[in-house]
Design a protein around this ligand. Sequence first.
Ligand SMILES: NC(=O)c1ccc[n+]([C@@H]2O[C@H](COP(=O)([O-])OP(=O)(O)OC[C@H]3O[C@@H](n4cnc5c(N)ncnc54)[C@H](OP(=O)(O)O)[C@@H]3O)[C@@H](O)[C@H]2O)c1
Length: 313
Amino acid sequence: MNTVPQFKLNNGEEMPAAGIGCWMGTVGDSRQVTEMVLTALRLGYRHIDTASNYGNELSVGQAIRESNVPRSEIYLVTKLSSEDHGRPEKALEYSLNRLGVDYVDLYLMHWPQAFDVDHGRYCLPEDSPTFIESWKMMENLVETGKTRSIGVSNFSIKNLDILLKHARIIPVTNQVEMHPYLPQHDLLAYCSSRGILLTAYAPVGKHKFATNPSVLEIAQRNNVSVAQVLLGWGVKRGTAVIPKSTHETRLKENLTLVSLEDEDMQILDNLHRQSGMHHSVCGFHSSELGGSCFGWTYAQLGWDMIEGGIMRS
Ligand SMILES: NC(=O)c1ccc[n+]([C@@H]2O[C@H](COP(=O)([O-])OP(=O)(O)OC[C@H]3O[C@@H](n4cnc5c(N)ncnc54)[C@H](OP(=O)(O)O)[C@@H]3O)[C@@H](O)[C@H]2O)c1
């Protein structure tokens, strides 16, 4: 069985550096989700990333029970959806019931923006509940023991700066899209200096690096796969990685972390500087969204974009 390194969080808890992502591309429970998580647990994964609005917490919980892996050995993450910003306690209770567990290891605010269900629209940054108000309610959840840690997701330096001025608890992690096309070096430096671990989502870039000549060359020279190059880069730069795969061979590959030489790290660090390369593969930071994402402009989100869905820095 693979030994995955652990990252020490700012509250003393430990998170396995590699986990299984459970966003399936569509919302909902399915036997496929249960089988994927079961296979992952059998292969040695001990970090599971899901979310209330993936709609598959029941299937994830089913896999945990069927696996017979003790709950205490699993690092389980779920997320507060935008609709629930005004009621994190209720939302966490709902997630725990669906997962069939007494606690999660980490509860993340999925996005900084709240969604106003009554009016069917996203709230503006200054409208209540602001992310500061929601964070304060999340802070109270740690005392209940229903989550061991709290963190954020899709937070920029700008919004972390605002949050940290009011936070009693520093987020243990910020989960963001991160791979060599969107390395977010500035955000990594900012979070590292404040004790916030970054967790990279879409860490194998949704397999869009398969034809990139630089990444292919590194993979061939090291006799590993493209995904292993990307995950090795992610972990070596100090970020947790949560790739998703429904294929056993890929799941195994993704958990077999490789250590890259410094010169390969540098090539990957600089890949985004090549013309047209600096972009999101998830479509969140994308010109297709017309300058905004889930109701907030890029400026409100703190994303520095130029034309064509390309990031500036
Ligand atoms: N916080 C957020 O807002 C947010 C947003 C997006 C994602 N996430 C989390 O991050 C996780 C990962 O992100 P993601 O699923 O979007 O992207 P990803 O893990 O980079 O890519 C997943 C895709 O790559 C393929 N793949 C995985 N490993 C592979 C390998 N070794 N070789 C070839 N292809 C491989 C998978 O196909 P197969 O399944 O067919 O193998 C799947 O199509 C999600 O599942 C979710 O938990 C969080």
